[in-house]
Design a protein around this ligand. Structure first.
Ligand code: ADP
Length: 264
């Protein structure tokens, strides 16, 4: 999916940085998909042989084994052996799939929220001049969250990118930052396709895409929101969505505010 990569021609530090973060993300997703594909291929291939061997033996049994104790014994023990092989294969595959999951390295650092959101939104303004981005940031500069800066940026990019990607005629995105009960709340609202209530419960699953036919030509692979959710959970945060089909969606992320270590 090299077509959806962002290429920045002029030298612009912020945009270059944004495009690097974005392209890294795409590369990781691409790698992940390749791994999954390879995995499914391997499983199918590895399981085909024991299944074919067992089929042969069962056919033999069916035709002659009922009357021939020698064939009966041999085919039974060969089939049981193949079953053992399949069992250990399945276990191996499971272990492999767990091990191959892209690992996230969580890193807690004191990150100022307001400038990061502001900068990310400004970058999107530059990349999508046909869109209106509103930012309601009624919080002070001193709001911090304990999160690796690049991870928060990655989450914001996923949500802003979706807001743009699944928009319809009304090309508007509203972003708001608020703090309530020491919890940071960032909401990203669009006025695009929206989705049904059923879909809101599935979109955070890996590879899930609403209406595959419609979303296919928009690029993407159904991993963005799953990654955003996994990242947020690692920082004791959460993500949720409210959506109305054909009206739009609000994605909301919550993260606990950074607490200075107290000495008492
Ligand atoms: P991708 O966008 O690559 O398909 P995501 O995990 O980011 O993967 O999103 C999963 C699915 O959720 C999308 O395919 C789309 O159907 C739906 N979706 C995500 N964001 C929005 C949005 N802002 N408006 C409508 N649908 C959305």
């Amino acid at each position: 999916q090299s077509t959806s990569r962002i290429e920045i021609a002029e030298s612009n530090d912020e945009l270059t940085h944004l495009s690097n973060v974005f392209n890294d993300m795409l590369d990781k997703m691409q790698k992940y998909i390749e791994q999954q594909k390879q995995f499914v291929e391997d499983v199918s291939h590895e399981l085909r042989t024991p299944v074919a061997v067992m089929e042969g033996h069962l056919k033999l049994l069916d035709r002659w084994g009922k009357k021939d104790p020698e064939i009966l014994d041999e085919s039974l023990s060969a089939s049981l052996q193949e079953i053992e092989r399949m069992k250990s294969l399945v276990q191996e595959m499971l272990d492999l799939s767990r091990a191959e999951q892209v690992e996230i390295h969580y890193k807690n650092e004191k990150t100022a929220i307001k400038p990061l959101v502001l900068q990310t939104v400004n970058n999107f303004k530059m990349i999508h001049p046909d869109f209106v981005f509103n930012l309601d940031d009624a919080v002070d500069e001193e709001v911090y969250v304990s999160i690796y800066r690049n991870h928060l940026e990655q989450i914001l990019i996923i949500l802003l990118d979706n807001a743009v990607k699944y928009s319809t005629d009304r090309k508007e995105v509203h972003v708001s930052i608020a703090v309530e009960n020491r919890v940071l709340d960032i909401a990203i609202q669009d006025f695009g396709e929206g989705m049904t209530h059923e879909d809101t419960e599935r979109i955070f699953n890996r590879f899930y895409r609403v209406d595959k036919a419609r979303s296919r030509h928009k690029g993407g692979n159904g991993l963005g929101l799953a990654i955003a959710k996994e990242l947020l959970l690692g920082y004791k945060g959460s993500i949720s969505v409210e959506s109305v089909l054909e009206y739009g969606s609000i994605f909301r992320i919550k993260l606990p505010i950074y607490e200075e270590e107290s000495n008492d």
